[in-house]
Design a binder for this molecule. Structure first.
Ligand code: PLP
Length: 370
C-alpha cells in the first residue's frame, strides 16, 4: 500500500494480509485445475478442499455446504432466485446486490437506529401463500448495525419461510455460527477479511434446493459451474485461518474505534454518530457532518491522504444519497452528509488523531463559507 495514505475503508475492501500474499506467491504459476484427474489436478483439488475447510471453521458450517462463487454479489444472486419463491422479503437497508436480485420484493422497515422491525417482518410473513424467502443482512456495510439474525430465523420458520443472510460484512468481525442460527443460506466474501477480491461463497443448508445461475461443467456439485478460482479460494482459506489465529484483533480495533468516537465527541459535542445505541460492528463509524455533503468530505479527506467512503461506494465513483440512512428516517441531512469510517487491523491511534484534525478542518472550512 502507498505509505503516505491512511486507509480507513476496510468495509469497502481490506488490504491483502501478508500471510495470504505469501501463500499465493507460493502456488502462483502452477497448473491448478481441481477437475483434472492427473496428479497435479489432484493436488489442486486438495488445495481447494483445504480452503473450504478453513472457511468452514471460521463460519461454523459443514465444508460440503460451501459453494465457491466470484464474490458476495454472485452469492446473493445465487441465493435469491425469484422463480423459486412465491414471495421474497428483504430489509430496506440491504446491499444493492440483494436489492437488485430481489426486484419486487416486499421490504421490511428499519427503526431509527437501523434495526429491522421484527413485528413488521412477522406481518409480511403472515401474508405469504406458498414458499417465502427472507433475505436480511447480518451486518450493514454503512452503519455496521448488526441484525437479530437468530430471532429473524425463528420468526420466519413459524411461517415456513427460508432465510438467507448476506454476512459479507459480519464474517471476520463478529463470531458467526451458520449451523447454530438455523439459516438456510448465507453469503460471504474474501476481500472483507484480508483475502483477494473476486472470490466468495454461498453457504447452503442441506434442505435447500438451489437453482444454479451458472450452468456448464457441473463444478461445485452442479451448483456453480466454471473451473474454480483456485488462487482466490486458497487466498480466502488462508485469510480465514489468519482471522481465527488473530481472534484478539477485533477487540483492539473496537477500542480504537471507540476512542475515535469519544475524542471526536469531545472536540465536537454535537456530532451525530449513527446507531451508537445498538449492537454494531466494532470497526465502523457512520458520522454526519453538519452543512457538508459526504462527497465534499470524501474529497477533502482524500486531499489530506485519508481514504474513506460516503456510505455505499457507487460503481460510477460518484456519491449518492444513502438508501441505508434514508431508510432510518432520521432527517434529510444524515442521508447526504454521512461518511463511513471503517477501521482494520493495521489502524493506529496517530491515524485517528489525524482523522479528527482533518474532520474538524473540513467542517470549519465549509461552514465558514456559509
Ligand atoms: N454485501 C455486502 C453487505 C457488501 O458490503 C458487499 C461489498 O461491498 C457485497 C455484498 C458484495 O460483495 P463482493 O464485492 O464480494 O461482490
Amino acid at each position: 500500500m502507498d505509505n503516505t495514505s491512511i486507509y480507513l475503508d476496510y468495509n469497502a475492501t481490506t488490504p491483502l494480509r501478508p500471510e495470504v500474499k505469501a501463500e499465493l506467491l507460493d502456488v502462483l504459476g502452477e497448473p491448478n485445475n481441481p477437475s483434472s484427474i492427473h496428479s497435479l489436478g489432484r493436488s489442486a483439488r486438495r488445495r481447494l478442499e483445504k480452503s473450504r475447510n478453513q472457511i468452514a471453521k471460521l463460519i461454523n458450517a459443514p465444508p460440503e455446504n460451501i459453494i465457491f462463487t466470484s464474490g458476495g454479489t454472485e452469492a446473493n444472486n445465487l441465493a435469491i432466485n425469484r422463480e423459486q419463491y412465491s414471495d421474497i422479503i428483504v430489509s430496506s437497508i440491504e446491499h444493492e446486490a440483494v436489492l437488485a436480485a430481489a426486484v419486487n420484493a416486499k421490504k421490511v422497515r428499519v427503526n431509527n437506529e437501523g434495526v429491522v422491525v421484527l413485528s413488521e417482518l412477522e406481518n409480511l410473513l403472515a401474508d405469504i401463500n406458498g414458499q417465502g424467502l427472507v433475505s436480511i443482512m447480518w451486518a450493514n456495510n454503512e452503519t455496521g448495525v448488526i441484525q437479530p439474525i437468530k430471532e429473524i430465523v425463528e420468526i420466519a420458520s413459524k411461517y415456513g419461510a427460508l432465510v438467507h443472510s448476506d454476512a459479507v460484512q459480519a464474517v471476520g468481525k463478529i463470531p458467526i455460527n451458520f449451523v447454530e442460527t438455523g439459516l438456510s443460506m448465507m453469503s460471504v466474501s474474501a476481500h472483507k477479511i484480508g483475502g483477494p477480491t473476486g472470490i466468495g461463497a454461498l453457504v447452503v443448508a442441506d434442505n435447500v434446493v438451489l437453482k444454479p445461475v451458472l450452468v456448464g461443467g457441473g463444478q461445485e456439485k452442479g451448483r456453480r459451474s466454471g473451473t474454480e478460482n483456485i488462487l482466490g479460494a486458497i487466498g480466502f482459506g488462508k485469510a480465514a485461518e489468519v482471522v481465527i489465529q488473530n481472534s484478539g484483533e477485533n477487540t483492539k480495533v473496537k477500542n480504537l474505534r471507540d476512542l475515535f468516537e469519544t475524542k471526536l465527541s469531545q472536540h465536537f459535542p454535537r456530532v451525530n454518530i449513527l446507531s451508537q445505541n445498538v449492537s454494531r460492528l466494532g470497526n465502523t463509524s457512520a458520522i454526519v457532518m453538519p452543512g457538508v455533503l459526504a462527497e465534499t468530505q470524501v474529497m477533502g479527506f482524500d486531499l489530506d491522504g485519508i481514504c474513506l467512503s460516503a456510505g455505499a461506494a457507487c460503481s460510477s465513483g460518484k456519491v449518492k444519497r444513502s438508501h441505508v440512512v434514508e431508510a432510518m428516517n432520521i432527517g434529510d441531512e444524515p442521508a447526504t452528509n454521512t461518511i463511513r469510517v471503517s477501521f482494520g487491523w493495521d489502524s493506529t491511534e496517530p491515524e485517528i488523531d489525524f482523522l479528527i484534525d482533518t474532520w474538524l478542518k473540513i467542517y470549519e472550512r465549509a461552514n465558514k463559507k456559509i
